[in-house]
Ligand binder design. Structure first.
Ligand code: AGP
Length: 615
């Protein structure tokens, strides 16, 4: 939800911090700030409303000396986006500065207690409460800053990834996390880097430590990294290699990350299937599934827990698993699942789907499932993410970092993995023939070239999108595997163009939504060949009979659909169960171009963040 960055070493901290904020800006961007301890030990905080570029303008004339600092880009939880609520926050005395990603749920109680002890607050944030709690403990008990941080965090209910610096100390950053992500980069000349994820670290080092929940990190220039818990017991330092390249974090000549990531999909599907489909035998080998086959074969049911686009991918997973494996499946919004006291059996298998691997609601749903003894499997993109580490086993989708807030290549990667998972389990159960399994595997191997072909629609869709740029509402319709695809297409349009859009099962139109139809309300109907094709054709006719404009996504050369459509977008045809991957590409492109036509900030849409690490 927010991005945090820190540095201590021999280099000037400012350039490292500001570049790190740019790398993390997709996580939240309504205000930004940084704190530096200069060579004289003076603690300076600079912060401003708006994106990181605003902060850069704000500090242009400032003295930015300092080889130690922390920085933050915010997605507001408590307190509106403005200069005062931006991080870092000073403590009351100005001795300490702190940045925070997360939510302190008991901040009100703590704030009232601090006010009773004479503390004054400038902001409306929960974060300012934490920095003053640390100061209060340090001053009232005369303990060290580290002890004060440990004691304060014991009183905190909620999620945090924090970093703290203090006046007069040019050598040490103290950091800690619970539920919000944090990684430490080990530099090559005694310096340390801290960030919410590896994107801000890879420019300087590929040696990375994934900080675990409950750990406190002491990064001291020229001293070994120290990790302890809140009781000061030493923790294990497990240095890993960061699997990330700088080119993956750049736009590579594209105007936006989103369009780059849409065009990456032929390659990312190759990456996603690499080593998992034997090109000769067409056998599918998903190690996470094979190592836990007993759990899947004995599953009473499979429950998906996810949010947003990942929830749409999970719906497709439901169709795939029920069709191929004949195992009952339920798909739950993680945010509902975690609070509705669901029935969970120990022989349930819960599959958590998450691109970031940091979505708070999904993490909480996982913990609930584990408490009831269910086997929990993760399908994530970010290596080493919290969900990847919280689940018993899993499958990475390997589509590389997805920077655009609107998920595209991760969606098609998730559906690809779910297809392989369903086929692997169905083969083991004997609920599909080996020929069927090999045919799907062959189709998956052929998908990249089909997507390549589909991407040639880009110029046509860029031009076509101009017709609908100023529509106020859209309806997306689909049946079967393309019902979740319709939901996903609607979400893409909503979140980057700010146009209201709803997805429905096509047959549902008659149960209310058709009352909305008039010449001002375009309908996008997915009408590719499947066993409900004729039904969808009837739904399209019903809309047209009421003056609605219909844009159909159809099979190349489908003259019947061309005749009944006002506009159509032709796509190549693959197996019905793989059509969501193909059809989602023109829907991604349409949303992208409409948003660009409207001058929207496509990669960082208003009010959103790439990873929702708070409730
Ligand atoms: C998708 O375009 C959105 N950015 C959002 O719905 C996202 O899918 C959702 O927040 C879940 O994120 P996750 O996959 O990282 O858990």
């Amino acid at each position: 939800m927010c991005g945090i960055v820190g540095y201590v070493g021999r280099r000037q901290a400012y350039p490292i911090l500001i570049k790190g904020l740019h790398r993390l800006e997709y996580r939240g961007y309504d205000s930004a700030g940084l704190a530096l301890v200069d060579s004289g030990g003076v603690l300076n905080v600079f912060k401003s409303k708006g994106k990181v570029a605003e902060l850069e303008k704000f500090v242009e004339s400032k003295d930015l000396d300092g080889t130690i600092g922390i920085a933050h880009t915010r997605w507001a939880t408590h307190g509106e986006p403005n200069d005062v609520n931006a991080h870092p926050h000073y403590s009351d005395s100005g001795e300490i500065a702190l940045i925070h990603n997360g939510i302190i749920e008991n901040y009100r109680v703590l704030k009232d207690a601090l006010i009773e002890n004479g503390y004054k607050f400038k902001s409306d944030t929960d974060t300012e409460v934490l920095v003053n709690l640390i100061e209060y403990i340090k001053v009232s008990s005369g303990c060290t800053l580290l002890e004060a941080v440990q004691q304060a965090l014991k009183q905190v209910v909620g999620a945090y990834a924090i970093a703290v610096v203090e006046r007069g100390n040019q050598d040490r950053v103290i950091a800690a996390r619970r539920s919000s992500p944090m990684v430490i980069g080990i530099g090559n000349d005694g310096d340390y880097f801290l960030a919410s994820d590896g994107a801000s670290i890879i420019d300087y080092t590929d040696k990375i430590v994934y900080v675990k929940d409950g750990e406190v990190v002491i990064m001291e220039r020229d001293k070994p990294l120290k990790i302890v818990n809140l009781d000061n017991e030493k923790g294990k330092i497990d240095i890993k290699k960061l699997e990330l390249s700088i080119s993956q974090l750049e736009k590579g000549g594209y105007p936006h990350f989103m369009i780059k990531e849409i065009f990456e999909q032929p390659k990312t599907i190759v990456d996603c299937t690499r080593g998992r489909i034997n090109a000769e035998t067409r056998d599918i080998i998903l190690s996470g599934v094979m190592d836990n086959l007993d759990k899947f074969l004995a599953a009473r049911r499979i429950i998906f827990v996810a949010c947003g686009t990942s929830w749409h991918a999970s719906l497709i997973g439901e169709y795939l698993i029920e069709e191929f494996c004949r195992i009952p499946v339920e798909v739950e919004y993680a945010s509902e699942f975690r609070y509705r006291n669901p029935v969970i059996h120990s022989d349930d298998v819960v599959i958590a789907v998450s691109q970031s691997g940091e979505t708070a609601d999904t993490l909480a749903a996982i913990e609930l499932a584990k408490e009831h003894g269910a086997f929990v499997y993760g399908i994530c993109n970010v290596i080493g993410s919290s969900i990847a580490r919280a689940t018993a086993s899993g499958t990475y989708i390997h589509v590389g970092p997805e920077i655009g807030v609107a998920s595209t290549k991760a969606f098609t990667g998730q559906v690809t993995v779910l297809t392989m998972l369903a086929v692997a389990i169905a083969r083991a159960k004997g609920t599909i023939t080996v020929d069927k399994a090999h045919q799907i595997a062959g189709d998956l191997l052929g998908l990249p070239s089909v997507i390549e072909e589909t991407l040639k629609l880009n110029d046509f869709i860029a031009d076509f999108s101009k017709i609908f740029t100023y529509a106020h509402n859209f309806i997306y319709l689909g049946r079967g595997y393309n019902y979740p695809t319709a939901l996903e297409g609607a979400l893409k349009l909503k979140e980057i163009s700010y146009i209201h859009a709803e997805g429905y099962p096509a047959a549902e139109m008659k149960h209310g939504p058709i009352a909305l139809i008039d010449s001002e309300l375009p309908t996008i109907a997915i009408a590719t060949p499947d066993h409900t094709y004729e039904k969808t054709a009837s739904n399209i006719e019903e809309i047209k009979a009421r003056g609605g404009k219909v844009i159909t996504i159809i099979a190349k050369g489908d003259e019947q659909m061309q005749r009944i459509s006002d506009y159509y977008i032709e796509v190549p045809v693959v197996a019905e169960s793989l059509m969501p991957i193909v059809v989602s590409v023109p829907l991604q492109l349409l949303a992208y171009h409409i948003a660009v036509n409207k001058g929207r900030d496509v990669d960082m849409p208003r009010n959103l963040a790439k990873s929702v690490t708070v409730e």
